[in-house]
Design a protein around this ligand. Sequence first.
Ligand SMILES: Nc1ncnc2c1ncn2[C@@H]1O[C@H](COP(=O)(O)OP(=O)(O)O)[C@@H](O)[C@H]1O
Ligand SMILES: O=C(O)C1=C[C@@H](OP(=O)(O)O)[C@@H](O)[C@H](O)C1
Ligand SMILES: [Mg+2]
Length: 171
Amino acid sequence: MTGPAVVLVGPPGSGKTTVGALLAERLGLGLRDTDADVAAVAGKPIPEIFLEDGEPHFRVLEAEAVRRAVAEHDGVLALGGGAVLTPATRALLTGLPVVFLDVALAEAVRRVGLDVPRPLLTINPRQRWRALMDERRPWYTEVARAVVQTAERTPDEVATAVLDALEHHPA
Ligand SMILES: Nc1ncnc2c1ncn2[C@@H]1O[C@H](COP(=O)(O)OP(=O)(O)O)[C@@H](O)[C@H]1O
Ligand SMILES: O=C(O)C1=C[C@@H](OP(=O)(O)O)[C@@H](O)[C@H](O)C1
Ligand SMILES: [Mg+2]
């Protein structure tokens, strides 16, 4: 058990899930996405978890999904955008090949709309987006070994940049 080959963090719309799938294909490894794991454990989609059980419950399930994935998965790991809010998760990521996929607010909104992560953004979505990005940026930066800009890059180009970044920032 060597741990994940790549861990992707970053805001919603940065392309973690999309680029994670491309990286997994290129590397011939499996993809694990903690959002999918949480939905499977809860037996319902993420927006329903937020609405019926609340965000704190979602974060508990998410932290457990990250813990299991880091312990079990040797492939590519895409985290949910808010996973870095949990201190135990940040501690777990220490020393792992974590890459922060960066995206500007306007571009994230273009990609995913104003309503994502849907359960978190209901009132004044633009302001919520800004607050969410500002609050999390220090955590993304802290846990990451490298930062990759995703602006004006296709997901395939981002995947190449992730591999280049890890080559230049070995453990
Ligand atoms: N580099 C990119 N350029 C343009 N669109 C992108 C890029 N990366 C992802 N997308 C699109 O943005 C949306 C969100 O991507 P996703 O991989 O789900 O992001 P995340 O998992 O970080 O929230 C999808 O519609 C995806 O096709
Ligand atoms: O940023 C967040 O708090 C969230 C991001 C989502 O994942 P993506 O970043 O993959 O969209 C998902 O975990 C949930 O809706 C909450
Ligand atoms: Mg995702």
